[in-house]
Write a protein that binds this ligand. Structure first.
Ligand code: IMP
Ligand code: MG
Length: 175
C-alpha cells in the first residue's frame, strides 16, 4: 500500500498550530471560561496539540456528528450523534474542527451550540476547502486553505484509514 502524498508537512502543521495557539491565547486572554469543543472524530489530534499549546485556562468538551458514511459523498444532512456533556451556558465556546468542506457541518454546529446559550461561539478549523463551500459559514481561526482534494492524516481519515499520519496527505477516493 502506498502512503498518501504529502500536502502539508508535519513541521508546517506544528508551526501553524503554535501560531493559532498564540493568537487564541491573546484573543481569549481576558476570559477564564473558554471551552474548546472538539468535533469527533477528526479533530482529536488537532485539539490535543492546540489545547496543550494554549497559555490560558480552558476546558475541553466533545461533540460528535455524522454527515458522511464511509465514502466521500456529502449529503448535506448533518446528524447529532453526541452532544456536549458539560454546561456551556455563559461560556466562550470555540468549536475545533478538522476540516471545513461544504460548510454544512460547521453551520449546523454553530446553531446547535448557540441553543445552549453560551456567551459566544467561534470556530477554529485546521483545513478549509474554500472552493467547495455550499453555505456561508465563518471560520474565525484557520490553519490552511487547500484545493478540492481528499486529505487524510493528523486526525483526518478516508474510510477510517490514515488518521494517525503526522502529516496531511492526499488520497484519491475510489468511490
Ligand atoms: P462539510 O459539512 O461538507 O463541511 O464536511 C465536513 C466534514 O466532512 C469534516 O468534518 C470531515 O469529517 C469530512 N471531510 C470533508 N472533507 C474531508 C477530507 O478531505 N478528508 C477527510 N474528511 C473530510
Ligand atoms: Mg469533522
Amino acid at each position: 500500500m502506498t502512503l498518501p502524498v504529502v500536502l502539508i508537512s508535519e513541521e508546517e502543521i506544528q508551526t501553524r498550530v503554535g501560531e493559532l495557539a498564540e493568537q487564541l491565547s491573546t484573543d481569549y486572554g481576558e476570559t477564564d471560561d473558554l471551552v474548546l469543543v472538539g468535533v469527533l472524530k477528526g479533530s482529536f489530534i488537532f485539539l490535543a496539540d492546540l489545547s496543550r499549546r494554549l497559555t490560558i485556562p480552558r476546558t475541553i468538551e466533545f461533540i460528535a456528528v455524522s454527515s458522511y458514511g464511509s465514502n466521500s459523498t456529502s449529503t448535506g444532512a448533518v446528524r447529532l450523534v453526541m452532544d456536549v456533556r458539560g454546561n456551556i451556558e455563559g461560556k466562550h465556546v470555540l468549536i475545533v474542527e478538522d476540516i471545513v468542506d461544504t460548510g454544512h457541518t460547521l453551520k449546523y454546529l454553530i446553531g446547535m451550540l448557540e441553543s445552549h446559550r453560551p456567551a459566544s461561539v467561534k470556530t477554529c478549523a485546521l483545513v478549509r476547502k474554500a472552493e467547495r463551500a455550499e453555505v456561508e459559514v465563518q471560520t474565525d481561526y484557520l490553519g490552511f486553505d487547500i484545493g478540492d482534494e481528499w486529505v487524510v492524516g493528523y486526525g483526518l481519515d478516508y474510510a477510517e484509514k490514515n488518521r494517525t499520519l503526522p502529516y496531511i496527505g492526499i488520497v484519491t477516493p475510489d468511490d
